[in-house]
Design a protein around this ligand. Structure first.
Ligand code: F6P
Length: 540
């Protein structure tokens, strides 16, 4: 069954939220702490190894009640049950959205077109496991009989960002295999990656759900040509494997049928790292850790599915984001992870969040007159403190930020960890409390400098404190954001699982490529594009 189509702005709670917003929009968070000594405890969600403090937000209990009422009025519960059941909630592409099935227990029963998909998932997982073990143990060897030393993931978008982010995030758990990622069609990218590689000891994983993506096929062809300078066509079978739904196209490319790891249409690219798209993750950290990543995500799925909305981490974080996006009219959100391992986390989330919820037509096909998809950005702390924090502290824009930190450091360096975490805690305090004129005068600052040193504070943040970065906790964290995306899409009454917005540019690029190659001349470009094209041709 399809998702319901309810315009959120026509609900009773939306109107109440609007009135409530007018009433509290100028209130300062720190005053609420003074009024309620229990605020920090009252507004903290605890679950397993996650401690989520939402007390430094521009919210009261009434705000939360009204936001939960909004979730109820758009029937979020019904949407959640359709999501997990495998209903065709990706209506515009006629598909279920079942990345949650990929991490469900073997005993689960998830029906798509009358068939339980869980056994197929476990069959592929077994194949991932045995292939991983054979590569890691050196049982499977390259064409000159040497064990593999390097793995190259060739893919883009969801076939690159998830695996690349997770492999980096789990570097601590990595084995001896060196992993590389080739994504951009920029030939300098692929050439930089292969220039130090030994074809005799390198495994190539070509990942493309459709197996029609220009970037991935170009890179895979270039790499195969490079490989064939050392190995023969027969050796390709030993060095190239593929992950795809498009078995025919993979075979056409020349990859052995046994080397194909299937995936399914009901797995969206940006939610696919849990499927065979995560093969490079499994190879990099071992199948046991890949499995722990899946089980962490499954735990978050259960929390999301069963917990009351007011204690439900994905639901509450999504509602807070709606609060700032639609009432405070915040233009963007920052995600700041206090872990260098999560260097690529914000980049990964950009696809998940912006490709999903960057929509302006509602589920009834009407143009939307309220804000949807948030702009997401971020870099790890503490580096980001020395880059863009100035603007969050003293700029004119309101930027709600999510701070993610881990209590234990993996290498156990207490000195660094205490310094890191003191920054993690201090920044949200500074953003919230600010610094008043009086406090600055008290420091003896000369009058003319005082205005420049004022911090108004009242900048909202969520603090997500997790015990330790492990495959399991990372799985939970990623799943949290997946469900947050889902909840926001439900509230905004949009289809989160298509991405037609990426098509037009691809089509025009094909037309222009033909023109660059001289095979066709299309004269219906705008004058700017025609001039640029001509100029490019002159330069090359
Ligand atoms: O950018 C559009 C997109 O379709 C993404 O949704 C997807 O993750 C990416 O391209 C790669 O697609 P494929 O896995 O089919 O190569």
């Amino acid at each position: 069954m399809a998702l319901k189509s309810i315009n959120p702005t026509k609900t009773k709670s939306w109107q109440l939220l609007q009135n409530h917003f007018e009433a509290i929009k100028d209130a300062h968070i720190k005053d609420w702490f003074t009024q309620n000594p229990r605020r920090a405890i009252d507004l903290t969600l605890t679950w397993e190894d996650f401690y989520v403090d939402i007390s430094k937000h521009r919210i009261t209990n009434e705000t939360l009640d009204l936001l939960v009422q909004l979730a109820n009025e758009v029937d979020l519960q019904d949407a959640i049950s359709k999501y997990f059941k495998g209903d065709v909630i990706n209506e515009t592409e006629g598909r279920a959205v079942l990345h949650t099935a990929l991490r469900a227990p073997e005993s689960a029963n998830v029906i798509v077109d009358g068939v339980n998909v869980i056994p197929e998932i476990y069959q592929v997982n077994n194949k991932i496991e045995s292939f991983t073990n054979q590569i890691v143990n050196g049982e499977l060897k390259g064409f000159t009989g040497q064990p593999f030393t390097d793995v190259v993931n060739i893919g883009i978008g969801g076939s690159d960002l998830g695996p690349a982010m997770v492999v980096e995030a789990l570097s601590f758990y990595k084995n001896h295999l060196k992993t590389h990622f080739v994504s951009n069609v920029d030939g300098d990218h692929v050439n930089e990656v292969i220039k130090h590689l030994n074809p005799e000891t390198t495994l190539f994983v070509v990942v493309s759900k459709t197996f029609t993506t220009q970037e991935t096929l170009s890179n895979a062809n270039t790499i195969r040509d490079w490989f064939l300078k050392s190995g023969s066509q027969n050796d390709v079978a030993k060095h190239f494997v593929a992950v795809s739904t498009n078995i025919e196209k993979v075979k056409e490319f020349g990859i052995d049928e046994n080397n194909i790891f299937p995936m399914w249409n009901w797995v969206g690219g940006r939610f696919s790292l849990w499927s065979a798209v995560g093969l490079t993750i499994s190879l990099a950290v071992g199948y046991n850790h890949f499995d722990a990543l899946l089980s962490g995500a499954n735990k978050m799925d259960e929390h999301f599915k069963t917990e009351a909305f007011d204690k439900n981490i994905p639901v509450i974080t999504a509602l807070l984001s709606v609060w700032y996006n639609n009432f405070f009219k915040a233009e963007s959100e920052a995600v700041i992870a206090y872990s260098q391992y999560l260097n690529q986390f914000a980049t990964y989330l950009q696809q998940g969040i912006m490709e999903s919820n960057g929509k302006s037509v509602d589920r009834s096909g009407n143009a939307i007159d309220y804000q949807t998809g948030t702009i997401i950005w971020g870099e790890p702390g503490t580096n980001s403190q020395h880059a863009f924090f100035q603007l969050i502290h003293q700029g004119t824009k309101l930027i709600p930020a999510e701070f993610i930190g881990f209590a234990k450091s993996l290498h156990g360096n207490k000195d660094h960890q205490d310094k890191l975490m003191s920054n993690f805690l201090a920044q949200t305090e500074a953003l919230m409390t600010g610094k008043s004129e009086n406090a600055i005068y008290d420091e003896g600052v000369s009058d003319n400098l005082v205005p420049f040193k004022v911090f108004e504070g009242n900048k909202p943040t969520t603090t997500i404190l997790i015990d330790k970065l492990s495959p399991e906790s990372l799985g939970k964290l990623i799943a949290l954001y997946e469900h947050k995306i889902f909840v926001q899409g439900v509230i905004w009454n949009i289809f989160s699982y298509d991405q037609f917005g990426v098509e037009l540019g691809k089509q025009l690029a094909n037309t222009i490529l033909h023109e660059i190659l001289g095979s066709t001349v299309v004269n219906n470009h705008d004058a700017s594009t025609s001039n640029l094209l001509e100029h490019y041709k002159k330069l090359t």
